[in-house]
Design a protein around this ligand. Structure first.
Ligand SMILES: [Zn+2]
Length: 347
């Protein structure tokens, strides 16, 4: 049953956007959630308090606080964080007085320009034309109940700027998002989600950037990457060490462009004949997104850096252009002085 009709969206602009997204057609693969603009500034703290005269029962308050922790802990980005504060200027309401539409379980309004949002929960036992609302936390989780904690994550997602996930025609990707037009009751898939889904996180990362340079990109994304390889000199005396430095960055759009990518596996490869072979997995460099390997070449050969697509991350593989280290002074005694040999120069 549709427990989250579009009527629950209160901002006129948001309704128009939702219609646009819904008419975009069936997606062929899991896609990031659509957005409800505008976004908040990155790293915004959104404190809430209980609405005067509409304070939720304590068990619902506990569920809302748990959902705040769930959202904060799973956003994977610099999206707004949620926390209760007695002085919080944003409100959470519970009860019969709400603008949630005929089928809404809960609903929200948001106005990032004015820095304000509001959540409403319908009262337990509310009679719809399809049946009676049961909040799992209040009713001992019978079949058909709705979990307030999970519904709150959906609402926090909306407040942050997410619109409902566009599921595949089969609905097989339902678990990829909590921000869903039809919230699931117990015991349908996803009814008790305690974290944003990967396609919720994908859009939060697009809107608010990744949380840190080691944060993994959601597997609901497909972000290109770029890796480069450099050395101080492309000429080396036989037996001396060459320091290779690779730089790995995201090459997506907007906030996902040019981010250093730290904590990944970047491999230094060497060309032997016509075959590239792995020489070493490079170590973290001194700055985020750089990687380092030290090697003493025994002959003039070409090198490159490779970033392979990780199974747990929504980014693409990349390969640097190659560079050739010319090995000089291969016979003893060597007549050349360090720094004057060859044509490599420094850069
Ligand atoms: Zn929703």
């Amino acid at each position: 049953m549709n427990a989250h009709p579009p009527l629950r969206r209160l901002a006129a602009g948001a309704v128009a956007l939702w219609l646009l997204a819904a008419s975009a057609g069936a997606a062929l693969a899991a896609t990031p959630d659509p957005t409800i603009p505008p976004a908040w500034p990155i790293d915004t703290s959104l404190a809430y308090s209980w609405a005067t005269g509409a304070v939720p029962p304590s068990i619902i308050r506990t569920a809302v606080d748990a959902a705040a922790a769930d959202a904060n802990g799973s956003r994977g980005s610099r999206a707004p964080s949620f926390a209760y504060s007695s002085a919080g200027s944003n409100a959470v309401s519970y009860g019969t007085s709400n603008p949630c539409g005929v089928n809404g379980l809960a609903c929200f309004s948001r106005d990032p320009a004015r820095g304000y949002w509001h959540l409403w929960f319908r009262e337990n036992g509310h009679r719809y034309d399809w049946g009676t609302l049961s909040w799992c936390e209040m009713t001992g989780s019978p079949y058909g109940c709705f979990r307030a904690e999970t519904i709150t994550i959906d609402e926090f997602g909306h407040v942050a700027g997410l619109d409902h996930h566009v599921n595949l025609a089969s609905d097989s990707d339902y678990a990829d998002a909590v921000v869903q037009a039809s919230s699931h009751a117990r015991a349908q898939v996803g009814w008790n989600a305690s974290a944003f889904g990967r396609c919720d996180v994908a859009t939060l990362q697009q809107l608010y950037d990744v949380a840190s340079w080691t944060t993994l990109y959601s597997t609901c994304l497909d972000v290109p990457t770029s890796v480069t390889l450099g050395v101080l000199s492309t000429t080396a005396k036989l037996g001396t060490l060459v320091t290779f430095t690779a730089t790995l960055q995201s090459a997506g759009t907007a906030r996902l462009a040019g981010n250093p990518m730290a904590g990944r596996a970047v491999v230094l490869q060497r060309l032997t004949g016509t075959t590239w072979t792995d020489l070493a997995t490079m170590s973290p460099g001194t700055t985020a997104g750089t990687y380092r390997a030290v090697y003493a070449p025994s002959a003039t050969q070409a090198y490159r850096a490779v970033f392979r697509k990780p199974a747990n991350e929504g980014v693409r593989a990349s390969t640097s252009s190659s560079l050739t280290i010319v090995v000089v002074c291969t016979t003893s005694p060597c007549s050349l002085q360090a720094g004057t040999a060859g044509t490599g120069g420094s850069r």
